[in-house]
Structures are given as structure tokens and as C-alpha cells.
Design a protein around this ligand. Structure first.
Ligand code: RIB
Length: 309
């Protein structure tokens, strides 16, 4: 979605990774070696996945991130452009390799991921400052945590000072989450595991209700917890508390489902939808993503979204 001056309403700041994906029977245990008969390399990275999904769903998106001066970097940039993502904010870090992720996907479609940040880890507050115009132009800023925390904090603070809406997907959850960051977040979208790591509260039964309340007390206006097959739960300053159902599908690969969910929420909010509507829409988008293999390769086209939603 673009504003009246044809500028992208959504800006994603975050990571890009080349995903090295092995399909496995099961995720290996410590000390175990297993064989895989399928290996692929596909563009991924939580930031880039979110930007691609927002590009498709909202019809355009801006992006700030970092790649290395290497072959993977070029592929990652091209992929963004294929999804209608404006890459003016892409910074090339000399001497750094582009980010990579080793992804194992088991028979149930669940994954285990190790990220090697490379250039993502070198995205600085100065890089954000030099692309401040993109923040000025957007209405919604979306971030995750595969880039340095000080960069996320800087961007969130700057965006809030300009009156923008800040949406954070707190993945992966760092050892020490900076308390100050909560103050600048309008909407946080953890899954149950991330919620547990952020709050120290459990993942049993309906523990997510107290987890979400905990984050609200920290100053976050809206908390949206994704619960996998159980759907999503929200605790919102303006809309109260509620559930959104999941769309039942046969999962093949859940990689990027959470990223597409976050982007779809941002896209729907940018159209003026309420949080419940945005979460319902996002749940349908991510239900398509889990039926396909790979990260960006699993994001539906606009036409597919129109026919299937
Ligand atoms: O959320 C999925 C993504 O996590 C993968 O594409 C991988 O690159 C890691 O960032």
C-alpha cells in the first residue's frame, strides 16, 4: 500500500539470509548424525521474508538491511525486488559475508534454524540515520531481532519520535531484552516460545494470557501471541482481549509462516483494519505459507490471495 505521494506505507528493517535447507526425517539429537536426501538454497531471513510478504500483500514495501559484497547478497537483493520491495535502503558491507541460515525441516514441517548473521550483524544506527527519509515516509515500521539490538532500539525510538506505528516480531529473543524497547512498541507479536523467553512465564495451557498481560504492563499497547494450530491471542489497549482461530491445513514447512503473519498484520493495519481483523487475515495468509516449501518461495501472490481468502 502506498500513500498519496506514492511512498510505501510499510518499512521493514531487518535481516536477510540465504537459507541452506535440508529436509530431514527428524531433527538430530546432540551427538547424532543423520542423512538428508533433499538440500536447497532459498532466499530467507526474517526481515527479508517480512518485506517480501508485505510487498506482495500490501503491493509495495521499503526495506533497510545489510548484505555482503558476494553472490548470495545479489540473489537476496533480486529476490526482494521480485516481491515489489524497494531496496534503496540496502547497505553493502565490504569484508562481510551475507547472512546465512542452516535450516532443518522435519517430516511434520517443523524446523530448527541456526543463523550466521554476517552482514546483518553490521547494520548500525548510522545506517538507519542515513536512510531516515524512509522512516519519515512510512506509517508502519516492522522489525525483528536478527540485527543488532542497538540498531533496533535506535530505529524504534526514532520512528516513535516521528509518530509512526512500531511493530516488533521479537525473534530470536536475546539473552537480555532491553527494557527500554518496550516503550517504543505499539504491537509485539511473539509466538509461545518467544513469549516464555521474554516473560519467564510458562507455555502450558493458557499461560500465554498472563504472558501477554505481563508485556502489556511493560508498556506495550498491543500484544498478539501466535499459538500455531490454536490460532492467536490478543491483548490490546483499545480492543481488549480475544482469540483468532487458525485455518486448519496440512503443514509441509512452517518456515516464514510467522514472518508472513507479521507482514500481513502490518498490511491490514495499514488499510485501517482493527487488530482482530488484521490477525484473522494474517492467519489465512500464513496458512497458505505452511503448505509450501521454503521461506520467500512460499509467499502467495496477490492473485492467489484474492482467490483463496
Ligand atoms: O523465520 C524464518 C527465517 O528465520 C528463515 O528464513 C531464516 O533465514 C531465519 O532468519
Amino acid at each position: 500500500m502506498k500513500n498519496k505521494d506514492e511512498q510505501n506505507i510499510i518499512l521493514v528493517i531487518g535481516s536477510l539470509n540465504m537459507d541452506l535447507v535440508a529436509e530431514v526425517d527428524h531433527i538430530p539429537a546432540v551427538g547424532e548424525t543423520i542423512l538428508s536426501d533433499s538440500f536447497t538454497t532459498v532466499p530467507g531471513g526474517k526481515g527479508a521474508n517480512q518485506a517480501c510478504a508485505a510487498g506482495r500483500v500490501a503491493g509495495g514495501c521499503s526495506f533497510i538491511g545489510a548484505i555482503g559484497n558476494d553472490g548470495y547478497g545479489k540473489i537476496l537483493q533480486e529476490s526482494l525486488q521480485n516481491f515489489q520491495v524497494d531496496t534503496k535502503g540496502l547497505v553493502v558491507k565490504q569484508g562481510k559475508a551475507s547472512g546465512m541460515a542452516v535450516v532443518m525441516v522435519n517430516k511434520e514441517g517443523n524446523n530448527s534454524i541456526v543463523v550466521i548473521p554476517g552482514a546483518n550483524g553490521a547494520l548500525t544506527p548510522e545506517d538507519i540515520a542515513s536512510h531516515q527519509k524512509l522512516i519519515e515516509e512510512c506509517e508502519i515500521l516492522v522489525m525483528q531481532l536478527e540485527i543488532p539490538l542497538e540498531t533496533v532500539l535506535y530505529a524504534a525510538k526514532l520512528a516513535k519520535s516521528m509518530g509512526k506505528t512500531v511493530l516488533l516480531d521479537p525473534a530470536p529473543v536475546p539473552e537480555a531484552f532491553p527494557e527500554e524497547l518496550y516503550r517504543y512498541i505499539d504491537l509485539i507479536k511473539p509466538n509461545e516460545t518467544e513469549l516464555e523467553r521474554l516473560t519467564g512465564l510458562g507455555t502450558q495451557g493458557e499461560d500465554y494470557i498472563s504472558g501477554a498481560a505481563f508485556l502489556r504492563q511493560k508498556g506495550v499497547k498491543n500484544v498478539l501471541v501466535t499459538l500455531g494450530e490454536k490460532g492467536a491471542y490478543f491483548d490490546s489497549e483499545t480492543e481488549g482481549k480475544g482469540f483468532v482461530a487458525a485455518c486448519p491445513v496440512e503443514a509441509v514447512d512452517t518456515t516464514a509462516a510467522g514472518d508472513a503473519f507479521t507482514a500481513a498484520v502490518a498490511a491490514k493495519l495499514s488499510e485501517g483494519a482493527c487488530l482482530r481483523e488484521a490477525a484473522e487475515f494474517a492467519s489465512r495468509v500464513s496458512s497458505i505459507v505452511v503448505t509450501r516449501k521454503g521461506a520467500q518461495s512460499s509467499i502467495p501472490t496477490r492473485e492467489e490471495l484474492i482467490f483463496s481468502l
